[in-house]
Design a protein around this ligand. Structure first.
Ligand SMILES: C[S@@+](CC[C@H](N)C(=O)[O-])C[C@H]1O[C@@H](n2cnc3c(N)ncnc32)[C@H](O)[C@@H]1O
Length: 438
């Protein structure tokens, strides 16, 4: 979806997911390295002390596993990898049937990417019965799954959900290299299609059923690949584009001005969805499938091209004058983002901030007018930087605090923007942006 979208979109009009690929060069963690509150909570509940005492913890390796690697690390794959032969790029299926308990995960990728993945903390916590996680560790989720006229199934809030409330969090069940699932690829279906089928078929049966129960927007096509094209999120691993499958989250329908936002934690392979604004009982919970900072024409075209439906969300169906003004704001937002440009310090920690505080406040206003309540995190951060650049500490702090709150919804606690704003808050005068525009 969104900046993530289906492989088809990922291939056609790939947009970027900033937090992806960041782990590709990070060293493997020796002890339970998870800093994520939720994952720690889950791990500790099931295996008290593993995360808190930092004991080394390896995944159990069943007998039929033979490690592909000869490093000192135990392979997490519980089924011997199957690979393509006679292809320029070698792809293999790597499956763990014990990932997050009995949920399992299947990965169709190159051996080098699989090796990077196998070192993730996700494979370092042993969480046998995270099936509870598959409905979010909620005994009483704040939504029901129900048919929505003209949209198939969807999620309806069953009580008030406040901004920032967790709606869903689920580990991925499949990670598929886009080159191996692209219908346009010369070697698909002869070489890659059997591998893709094997990948899904090797999942534990309950998890495979989650996959098969997902919607396909074109039933006449091959059922597995259609489910992938309809439901996956895009994510880079090892700097290569992949599609990730989170069946429960794939029930969320699209809205150009959604009330929920998701992010993926590439260390734990858990996908999180939070409310971006207050959602009342009876409202449908939605996410955006496309970059929301596009004009109506482009959004509608992108949705039609990748999912085959006509966007009828409130923004897509509003009257001509309203649509024109929204388009204008979107264009202006993009112009301002360009003016502010690169938002990190340079190597010496000194980089001018490209715009003024007034421009930054205009940007915030435009995001809010556009009802972009999660991605407004970017505008808040820009405002904090613009004020810090002018040496205006308290204004900088105010916007940084807003940026952290919105950033937690938009990018999660390890998002670059959130981390940068936390650094600013811990000592504004030592931040890279302090006084750079004076
Ligand atoms: C990821 S699935 C969403 C869940 C799906 N409705 C289901 O029944 O499981 C994407 C598909 O849902 C439908 N869909 C999602 N958002 C929609 C919307 N705003 N209007 C119409 N159909 C929508 C389209 O058929 C799309 O291909």
């Amino acid at each position: 979806f969104d900046v993530t979208a289906s492989p088809r979109q990922a291939l056609d009009e790939r947009l970027s997911l900033e937090f992806s690929s960041s782990f590709s060069s990070s060293p493997p963690d020796a002890v339970c390295p998870i800093q994520d509150e939720f994952a720690i909570q889950v791990a500790d509940r099931l295996h008290p002390g593993v995360c808190t005492h930092g004991r080394h913890h390896h995944h159990h390796t069943p007998q039929n596993t033979s490690s592909m690697h000869n490093d000192d690390h135990t392979s997490p794959w519980t089924i011997h990898p199957t690979c393509t032969s006679n292809t320029t790029t070698k792809f293999c299926v790597f499956t763990s049937q014990t990932f997050y308990g009995d949920r399992g995960i299947t990965i169709l990728t190159t051996p080098s990417t699989a090796r990077v993945l196998s070192h993730l903390p996700a494979f370092n916590i042993k969480t046998p019965h995270l099936s509870s996680l598959s409905e979010n560790d909620y005994r009483d989720p704040p939504f029901i799954v129900a048919p929505i006229p003209g949209r198939g199934m969807g999620l309806i809030a069953n009580r008030t959900i406040e901004r920032g409330d967790l709606i869903k969090s689920h580990p991925a069940i499949a990670i598929l290299h886009n080159d191996a699932v692209s219908k346009d690829h010369a070697l698909y279906p002869t070489h890659y299609s059997p591998l893709m089928h094997l990948a899904i078929d090797q999942l534990p049966s309950n998890t495979r059923n989650l996959f098969l129960n997902m919607a396909a927007h074109n039933e006449s096509e091959e059922p597995y690949i259609e489910r992938i094209y309809t439901n996956t999120f895009g994510e880079d691993f090892n700097n290569q584009e992949h599609s990730i499958v989170i069946p429960e989250t794939a029930r969320l329908n699209h809205d150009c001005r959604p009330n929920a936002m998701y992010y993926f934690d590439p260390r734990t392979l858990v996908h999180y969805t939070h409310a971006a604004r207050r959602i009342y009982a009876g409202e449908e919970i939605t996410i955006t499938y496309v970059d929301p900072l596009q004009t109506r024409l482009r959004r509608r075209a992108a949705i039609k091209r990748s999912w085959g439906f006509e966007c009828s969300c409130s923004l897509c169906s509003q009257g001509r004058e309203f649509a024109r003004e929204s388009n204008r704001r979107v264009v202006r937002i993009n112009e301002l983002l360009k003016v502010f440009g690169e938002l990190d310090g340079d190597v010496r920690g000194r980089r001018k901030v490209g715009g003024t505080p007034e421009m930054a406040e205009l940007l915030v206003g435009l995001y809010e007018q556009e009802r972009l309540y999660a991605s407004v995190a970017d505008a808040y951060r820009i405002a904090a930087l613009a004020y810090a650049a002018k040496g205006m500490e308290w204004k900088a702090v105010m916007w940084a605090m807003r940026a952290v709150e919105a950033g937690l919804i938009h990018d999660g606690p390890r998002g670059d923007g959130v981390l940068d704003m936390k650094r600013l808050l811990s000592d504004p005068r030592k931040h890279w942006s302090w006084g750079v525009n004076l």
